[in-house]
Design a protein around this ligand. Structure first.
Ligand code: COA
Length: 179
């Protein structure tokens, strides 16, 4: 399989407790419970957008087909979306950035580690991607712990750089298919 094979039909990835899957308008009530929550954005690098504050806007227009992934993280028990995960900024089908967030009520239960490791394995096993990377605010300890548990390497420190929209010290974490 290749990234191009997923342009029109996104994958569904099962883990022990989670289903990582495309989202639909039926997920709006679940998204409303946490997506606008300011605490989710403390180290996200940017303020919530209009559609993150009003999740129904996410489904107002038909999404442009793209090689990127933006998938919901649903609890297997009840299929409620409690988080989302992105694989984006794809360069030459070889390298991409990855980002994940969870509802505050579902943090610290190992779901982040479970979802990130499954999404990472999916990318390396089912697409041409050879490198996944992300930027993490140095104060974001849960994210660093999660990345390290998933086999990502801390590759460097950017001092007072721009992580998405926020000026801060941040680490680059990366994982190669060969790691
Ligand atoms: C980053 C995030 C996805 C981690 O998900 P999670 O499900 O809470 O993480 P896990 O439960 O898998 O825990 C991973 C590790 O972090 C630790 N951890 C989790 N929350 C923590 C906290 N608040 N303080 C200290 N350590 C924490 C866990 O104990 C675990 O380490 P351990 O196994 O050594 O004990 C989640 O905190 C989140 O959504 N944060 C807001 C959005 C965000 O910042 N995303 C990352 C942007 S780079």
């Amino acid at each position: 399989m290749a990234l191009a094979d997923y342009i029109f039909k996104k994958p569904v990835i099962d883990t022990e407790r989670l289903t990582i899957r495309p989202m639909c308008v039926g997920d709006v009530p679940a998204l409303k419970e946490w997506l606008p929550d300011p605490s989710v954005y403390t180290y996200w690098g940017k303020e919530p957008s209009k559609s993150e504050k009003n999740p129904e806007m996410l489904f107002a227009n038909e999404q442009k087909p793209t090689k990127s992934f933006h998938l919901g993280i649903a609890l297997k028990d009840g299929d409620k979306v409690v988080g989302d995960i992105y694989v984006y900024l794809i360069e030459n089908d070889r390298m991409a950035s990855i980002a994940i967030r969870l509802a505050p009520s579902c943090q610290k239960k190992g779901y982040g580690t479970e979802a990130l490791s499954a999404m990472t394995a999916f990318c390396f096993e089912n697409t041409e991607l050879q490198r996944l990377w992300t930027e993490v605010d140095v104060r974001n300890i849960p994210s660093q712990r999660m990345l390290e548990k998933c086999g990502y390497t801390r590759e460097g420190l950017i001092r007072q750089g721009k992580m998405v929209n926020a000026w801060c010290d941040y680490y680059i974490y990366g994982k190669l298919a060969t790691d």
